[in-house]
Design a binder for this molecule. Structure first.
Ligand SMILES: O=C(CO)[C@@H](O)[C@H](O)COP(=O)(O)O
Ligand SMILES: [Fe+2]
Length: 227
């Protein structure tokens, strides 16, 4: 797994949205690398969260890497507004981009954001291979370990087969896992080869979020030493 860095990304979906800037600051002080921003349109998933205006407001308070996970039906419509708002990563879902993923990746890159692709639990991993192998490739694959839409769900360990296949094929790819990650589930994800870890309820719901972030990091770094 040479060359891939551990990135711990608290999901701000579990934060107090009324105090987003201070919640973000708190996570960074606790050792977070990225802030994971779940953008949902109430159509691709049955929940509605935030969009470019909130990213823009948060950007005024922090220089942190804003890892945007687009659970939306029309990701193309979000590229310009999110780039302008200050998003760092732009991860769209493969299920809604089979027609235009090349255009999406090119536009995301042209706007200076890191392109990523996400897949739902029921989507076969083979669907993302062409995007990773393209001339203008995605730079991150997000493997959903719950059905997208809500925080606080149970981790699906059977998704680790997807992570293992990806890590075997693409040793230097950023592989992100999202959903139900915490101290009791991190070891299987880390040993399967995930290096970017999203964690919402396990971090924000803990008496010591700092300890949880440090446990997640140690597990990923430990697994990398063994591989
Ligand atoms: O994308 C999503 C949910 O759709 C996630 O980013 C969740 O927000 C993760 O929350 P936990 O499962 O860690 O509570
Ligand atoms: Fe997410």
């Amino acid at each position: 797994m040479a060359g891939v860095k551990a990135k711990i990304a608290p999901s701000m979906l579990s934060s107090d949205f009324a105090n987003l800037a201070s919640e973000a600051e708190r996570m960074l002080q606790f050792g977070a690398d990225w802030l994971h921003m779940d953008i949902m349109d109430g159509h691709f998933v049955p929940n509605l969260t935030i969009g470019a205006p909130v990213i823009q407001s948060l950007r005024k308070h922090t220089n942190a890497y804003l890892d945007c996970h687009l659970m939306v039906t029309n990701p193309l419509d979000y590229i310009k507004p999110l780039a302008k708002a200050g998003a760092s990563g732009f991860t769209f879902h493969v299920e809604v981009s089979q027609e235009n993923w090349q255009e999406l990746v090119q536009k995301i890159k042209a706007k200076g954001m890191k392109p990523g692709v996400a897949l739902r639990p029921g989507t076969p991993i083979e669907q993302v291979f062409p995007l990773v192998e393209a001339e203008a490739p995605v730079e991150l694959v997000l493997v959903m370990t719950v059905e997208p839409g809500f925080g606080g769900q149970k981790f699906m360990p059977e998704m680790m087969d997807k992570v293992r296949v990806l890590r075997e094929k693409y040793p230097s790819l950023d592989i992100e896992v999202d959903g139900g990650l915490g101290p009791t589930t991190i070891d299987v994800a880390a040993s399967a080869g995930a290096n970017c870890i999203v964690a919402g309820s396990s971090v924000f719901g803990a008496p010591s979020p700092q300890d949880v972030i440090s446990i997640l990091r140690k597990s990923v770094e430990g697994a990398q030493c063994k591989s």
